[in-house]
Ligand binder design. Structure first.
Ligand code: ATP
Length: 308
C-alpha cells in the first residue's frame, strides 16, 4: 500500500491557487524529492499532508489515514522537520531532545542517548543550541523529528543555509533512515540534491509537472546536451560568451542555450551534430571555441519542463 496517496490535491488562498490538482503515490522505503522554486507550493503540500491546513479540493491519504479527518493519527506516526527549526536556544542539544521525547510521549529513557549516538550528536550534546552552527542545528532537528520512531518523514528544505559538507553528511543520514525502512518526502530547491532521491517530483506554480526517477526524468529531455567553451586566453573573458549565446539563440535546432559559469550549456534537437554547431560559430566569424557533448543534469530537465 502507498505511504502517501494524493488525488487532485488543491489549495487556494483567495483567488490564488498555491497547489493545483496534484496527484501522486509514494511507495514504502523510498526517498522522494519535491523540487521546485520558492513559492511553487512545496510547503503548502506538506501542510495539507499533515492535516495542518485543509485542501480546497481533492484528498490526501497518509499512512492509511485521511489527512482532513485523521490528522492526529498522521502526526503521531510522521516526523516533520519544518523550515524553521523549532529548537530551544537556551537548552542544550540533549535537553532539547529530552523535551521533545516527552512531548511525543516516548517512554524509553534510552531513546535520547540512542539518537545522540546514531546522528553523531554526542559531541555537542551538552552545548547550548544557540552556540551551534546551522549544520548541527539541522542534524538536531532531524533527531527531534524521528524521536518517536515515525514511519514517514516529511522534510521541508532541510538543507537550506547549510554548507556543502554538512549537506552531504545530512544526505548520508537520510539514506541510513531509509535503510531502516522510513519513507521520506523531502522538499528542496537544490537541483543537485534531487539527484540523490529514488524519485523526484518537479513542481512549478503549484502544478506537479512530472514525478519519476532522476534517470527517467532526464530521458524526457527533447534533445541532446552540448557544452561550448572558449579556448585559450579568451576563456577568462566572461563577456566573450554573450555573442556565443546570441548565435546559439538564433540557431535552428537549438532548443535552449544558457550561460553556465565559463561556458555555454546547449539543448539541441537530436539531429544536430557537433560539426553543425561548430559551423554556425565559424559562419559568424567566431573562432577558438570547443564544442563538447554533455550528459543531462537535473537542472536541464527542470528548465525544459518548466519552459514547456
Ligand atoms: N496562508 C497563506 N495565505 C496566502 N498565501 C499563501 C499562504 N501560504 C502560502 N501562500 C502562498 O502560496 C504560494 C506557495 O507557498 P509555499 O510556501 O507552499 O511555497 P514553497 O514552494 O514551499 O516555497 P518556499 O521555498 O519559499 O517555502 C506562495 O506564493 C505563498 O505566498
Amino acid at each position: 500500500m502507498a505511504v502517501i496517496s494524493v488525488h487532485n490535491l488543491t489549495r487556494r488562498f483567495g483567488n490564488f491557487t498555491a497547489v493545483d490538482h496534484i496527484s501522486f503515490d509514494i511507495e514504502p522505503g523510498q526517498v522522494v524529492g519535491y523540487l521546485g522554486p520558492n513559492g511553487s507550493g512545496k510547503t503548502t503540500t506538506i501542510r495539507m499532508l499533515l492535516g495542518l491546513i485543509r485542501p480546497s479540493e481533492g484528498e490526501a491519504n497518509v499512512l492509511g489515514f485521511d489527512s482532513a479527518s485523521q490528522s492526529d493519527l498522521i502526526r503521531a506516526n510522521t516526523g516533520y522537520m519544518s523550515q524553521k527549526f523549532a529548537l530551544y536556544n537556551d537548552l542544550t542539544a540533549r535537553e532539547n531532545l529530552k523535551f521533545y521525547a516527552g512531548v511525543y510521549g516516548v517512554r524509553n529513557g534510552q531513546r535520547v542517548d540512542e539518537l545522540l549516538e546514531q546522528l553523531g550528536l554526542d559531541v555537542i550534546a551538552t552545548m547550548l543550541v544557540r552556540t551551534l552552527s546551522a549544520g548541527w542545528r539541522q542534524r538536531l532537528s532531524l533527531a527531534v523529528a524521528i524521536v518517536h520512531h515515525p514511519k514517514l518523514l516529511l522534510l521541508d528544505e532541510p538543507t537550506s543555509g547549510v554548507d556543502p559538507t554538512a549537506r552531504r553528511a545530512f544526505w548520508d543520514l537520510i539514506y541510513s533512515l531509509v535503510a531502516e525502512g522510513i519513507t521520506i518526502l523531502v522538499t528542496t530547491h537544490y537541483m543537485d540534491e534531487a539527484e540523490y532521491c529514488s524519485r523526484v517530483g518537479i513542481l512549478n506554480f503549484g502544478k506537479l509537472l512530472a514525478l519519476d526517477t532522476p534517470n527517467n526524468l532526464k530521458a524526457l529531455l527533447p534533445g541532446k546536451m552540448w557544452e561550448v567553451f572558449l579556448e585559450g586566453k579568451e576563456n577568462e573573458q566572461a563577456d566573450r560568451l554573450l555573442p556565443l549565446l546570441d548565435v546559439m539563440g538564433k540557431t535552428e535546432g537549438v532548443i535552449r542555450a544558457s550561460l553556465a559559469g565559463d561556458h555555454l550549456r546547449i539543448l539541441a534537437k537530436n539531429a544536430i551534430t557537433r560539426k553543425e554547431l561548430e559551423c554556425r560559430f565559424k559562419a559568424e566569424d567566431i573562432h577558438n571555441i570547443r564544442v563538447e557533448s554533455s550528459i543531462p543534469v537535473m537542472e536541464d530537465t527542470f528548465m525544459s519542463l518548466v519552459s514547456q
